[in-house]
Design a protein around this ligand. Structure first.
Ligand SMILES: Cc1cc2nc3c(=O)[nH]c(=O)nc-3n(C[C@H](O)[C@H](O)[C@H](O)COP(=O)(O)O)c2cc1C
Length: 425
């Protein structure tokens, strides 16, 4: 399927000598299908894992390995490719490559060309857990982060060597999403929704690691329902709570699937965590429901912080309405939390109840109706609570009937307590 954010982009794919090199065949194929131009550069050792012919066939372009090849496609090939690239991703990135890149060594085509790159660079380390945790590899990755290189978080699971742990190369679809996120962020620049705060690059450390290897699906913002071509029904949700949840979850080691509607803010990205956040924009409640249901199985935790419109216009107008008066017939939208609750299996589901007046009775009812594990109840009429504010005053309502009233706190603080509670249960 063609993807507008990748169409026409020149993506250089660096492949190094790791066992996960086979996954990159699918990555190249997905990039090609998305309308991107994929240019594969392999190290000598990568050629022992996958034949260059495979990449040549999938990308439709020659594969480059040798800086001193006799018939270069461009005159000074490594410079030409560096100038042409919109983004480079090195996946899998071996410990060897990471060490060379961090130290400015340029002894083959990949390491030479990457030093000439001015475009965004993504590196997806993949290796045995002990190698990944080695001080030298960690230090090299930190050096790269500090220079603005985006490091894709390796996945946790069974490794090729038979060990269990962190170090797996993410799936090709995840890498494509990381590329899209990175390109979007580069386009938005510093004034965009994504703020890459360079002063924080080296200081990025996890707050905790209790969500390591876990995936948290978060919904955020309000949805919009078309009235006609230019008007919609919406609500005051700002997306601040969802963004705070995503930031907190990522800082605790989670991978986040972020399904968001109309928002004023996005999770703050930094080089250590932005690529752990898979962004799925939606417009209407039906679109949000479809995205949630499609991604539910990949999640360990589901947190529904969005405010989806409960009703939609039965027949939105195709053109701009100009009549003196207007009567709209609204029909009920799907109940996303209830549908997710019915299919959640062993996953934990947290929902929000934004009410006017005492929110607890409504929260208890919602909790049961939607088969949720925790409901965050808040009275949006109280000062310091509700839509658009940086703080909230909430009561957690649990399935066993317990309540936990909380004082006013920032949405980020509330996000961390919510993650504590759903993790504990
Ligand atoms: C079967 C096999 C699998 C390997 N898998 C990895 C790996 O997943 N990650 C890694 O960093 N090195 C791995 N290595 C070691 C690298 O291939 C080796 O460090 C090599 O020098 C990397 O060269 P390159 O970075 O130039 O491609 C593996 C080696 C072998 C023989």
């Amino acid at each position: 399927m063609e993807n507008t954010s990748l169409k026409g982009k020149c993506i250089v794919v660096g492949v190094t000598g790791g066992i996960a090199a086979y996954k990159i065949c699918t990555l190249v194929s997905l990039l090609k299908k998305s309308g991107a131009e994929a240019r594969v550069v392999m190290t000598e050792n990568a050629r022992r894992f996958v034949a260059p012919l495979t990449f040549e066939t999938l990308s439709g372009n020659p594969v480059i390995t040798d800086t001193f090849a006799e018939k270069p496609e461009w005159e000074v090939e490594h410079i030409a490719l560096a100038k042409r690239a919109d983004l480079v991703i090195v996946a899998p990135a071996t410990a060897n490559f990471i060490g060379k890149y961090a130290n400015g060594i340029a002894d083959d085509f990949l390491t030479t060309t990457i030093l000439a790159m001015t475009c965004p660079v993504l590196v997806a380390p993949a290796m045995n857990t002990a190698m990944l945790n080695h001080t030298a590899v960690r230090a090299n990755l930190n050096v790269l982060r500090g220079r603005g290189v985006h490091v894709v978080k390796p996945e946790t699971g069974r490794l090729a060597c038979g060990d269990e742990g962190e170090g797996r190369c993410p799936e090709p679809e995840t890498l494509v999403q990381a590329i899209i996120n990175c390109l979007n962020k580069a386009q938005l620049g510093d004034s965009g929704q994504w703020s890459a705060v360079s002063g924080q690059l080296n200081a990025q450390v996890k707050d905790k690691d209790d969500y390591d290897g876990k995936t948290v699906l978060i919904t955020a913002g309000g949805t919009r329902e078309d009235i006609d071509r230019v008007r919609y029904i919406g609500n005051y949700s700002s997306g601040k709570m969802g963004a705070a949840l995503a930031e907190a979850a990522i800082k605790r080691g989670a991978r986040v699937i972020y399904i968001y509607g109309a928002v004023n803010v996005m999770p703050r990205a930094d080089n250590n965590c932005d690529l752990c956040c898979e962004l799925i924009p939606v417009k209407s409640t039906v679109e949000m429901r479809d995205a949630v249901m499609k991604n539910l199985e990949r999640a360990d935790y589901i947190v529904m912080a969005a405010a989806p419109a409960d009703y939609r216009v039965e027949r939105p107008y195709d053109t701009k309405i100009k009549s003196e008066s207007l009567t709209l017939k609204l029909i009920k939208n799907p109940d996303i939390a209830a549908e997710a609750g019915a299919k959640k299996g062993g996953r934990k589901l947290a929902i929000f109840a934004a009410e006017t007046g005492d929110p607890v009775p409504a929260a208890v009812e919602k909790l049961n109706k939607k088969n949720a594990d925790l409901c965050v109840a808040n009275d949006v009429t109280r000062e310091g609570a509700g839509f658009g504010t940086d703080t909230n005053i909430a009561t957690f309502v649990f399935r066993d009937g317990r309540n936990e009233p909380l004082p006013m706190m920032t949405k980020r603080e509330l996000a961390d307590i919510l993650l504590d509670r759903v993790h504990e249960k």
